[in-house]
Write a protein that binds this ligand. Sequence first.
Ligand SMILES: [Zn+2]
Length: 197
Amino acid sequence: MTRFISNLAPWLAPLPLAYAVGMTLYTGLGWPLAVALLAAGIIETLSLATSSTALELYAYNRGKRKSDPGAPAWLAWSLTAAGLLSQSALILALEAAPVLLLFQVFSAAAVINLAMRADHTARLAQIVADKAQASADRAQRAADKAQAAAAPVQVWKYVCVACGKGYDKQQQLAAHMRSHVRAETNGHKGTEKAMIL
Ligand SMILES: [Zn+2]
C-alpha cells in the first residue's frame, strides 16, 4: 500500500498546479472556464509526459550495455526544465500568488523522487540478476565436477607389466614388448662393448 502511494503520489503532485494555472487563465485572462482548464490540463500533461520520457531515457542509459547507443536523456531533461520554467513564468506573469511557485518545487521534487525510485528499482533488479548469475555459475561448476567424477576410467585389455602402458590388441602389446627387449639387448650390447673397450 505504501509502495502504491509512493508510486502514485509523484504523478499527482502537478494536479494542484494544473488547477492553479487553469484558474489563473480563467480569472487573469478572462478565458472561458472550460478552455482555461483544458489549457492547464494540456500544459501539465505535456510536462508529465516530458518528465516521464526523461525518466525512461535516464533508466535506459543507466542500464544499457556499453555497445548500445545512448538515448538523448539530456534533451528530455531540458524539455522538463523548460516546462517547469515556463509554468513559473506563466504564474508570475499572471500575478498569481507566488505561493504557487512552491507547487513547482513540489513537482520538481516529485520528478526527482521518481528518478530515484526508478534508479533503485534498477539497482535491486541488477542485484537479483547478479545473484541468479552467481547461483547458475555455481550449479554449472557442480555439474562439471559431477560429470568429471562420473567419467569412465579407461580400462585396457592388455597392459605391459614392465611400464604399465595399455593396448586394445594383443599384437600391439607384443610389438611394444619387443621394443622393451630391443632396448635391453642394445643396453647389453652397449655394456659388452664398454667391457671390450
Ligand atoms: Zn612397456
